[in-house]
Design a protein around this ligand. Structure first.
Ligand code: AMP
Length: 221
């Protein structure tokens, strides 16, 4: 059987990792694995992990590595990931990156390519502050990607909401945490020859096209 393909989306909160990861997964027939979505699912289902995660997420802090790694390992071992996955929001620390290598090794694969979506800090604050979510996972933006009717999902008409951690007091902390704990991964993956840098300030379709071009060029995916 062919080796699984693993793509790691890197970039600050608000860069568009989730949006792009969903599109890429669909186009490349891979499964989208978002650690933030997994935590939010646990939160909605009121699991013990959800309760633990909430105490960190609401402050913009990272959930401890051990529980995060165990959660992602379990997700990647499910049958819908046999062909590989587009990882979004994981790894976020050097320890998580090391753990991911071990997990993927156990699954017969490795990190194939790391699209790094770069966006200036000022743009991130605006993007996160204007982000509106639907309960079924669609993401809108008050200015850049507005729904037809304010605060209403185009598809099913249900009300949109703002993520607790997209409120202004938490956004800056999330960006600082990214700079302190996650940004060292840029150099890590660059030194391994896996990083492709993408300008994330363009519109959604242009960024997708840039990523697809970069990854087909770099990894022959
Ligand atoms: P996201 O949806 O990727 O913006 O993640 C939302 C929040 O979930 C983050 O601010 C963290 O509190 C938590 N989280 C998501 N992924 C991770 C991770 N890999 N490590 C630690 N915490 C995470």
């Amino acid at each position: 059987m062919a080796k699984p393909t693993y793509i790691v989306m890197l970039g600050p909160p608000g860069a568009g990792k989730g949006t792009q990861a969903k599109v890429l997964a669909k186009k490349l027939n891979l499964t989208h694995v978002s650690s933030g979505d997994l935590f939010r699912e646990n939160l909605n289902n009121k699991t013990e992990l959800g309760r633990l995660a909430q105490s960190y997420m609401s402050k913009g802090e990272l959930v401890p590595d051990d529980v995060t790694i165990a959660m992602v390992e379990e997700r990647l071992s499910r049958t819908d990931c046999v062909g590989g996955a587009v990882l979004d929001g994981f790894p976020r620390t050097p320890a998580q990156a090391g753990a991911l290598d071990a997990i993927l090794n156990g699954l017969g694969g490795e990190v194939n390519i790391v699209p790094y979506i770069s966006v200036p800090a000022k743009v991130l604050v605006d993007r996160l502050g204007g982000r509106w979510m639907s309960h079924s996972g669609r993401v809108y933006h008050a200015l850049n990607n507005p729904p037809k009717v304010k605060w209403i999902d185009d598809v099913d008409g249900s009300p949109l909401y703002q993520r607790e951690d997209d409120k202004p007091e938490t956004v800056q902390r999330r960006i600082d945490v990214y700079l302190e704990q996650t940004s060292p991964l840029i150099e890590h993956y660059r030194s391994l020859g896996l990083l492709v840098e993408i300008d994330g300030t363009d519109d959604i379709e242009s960024v997708t096209a840039d990523i697809l071009e970069a990854i087909t060029g770099a990894a022959g995916l």
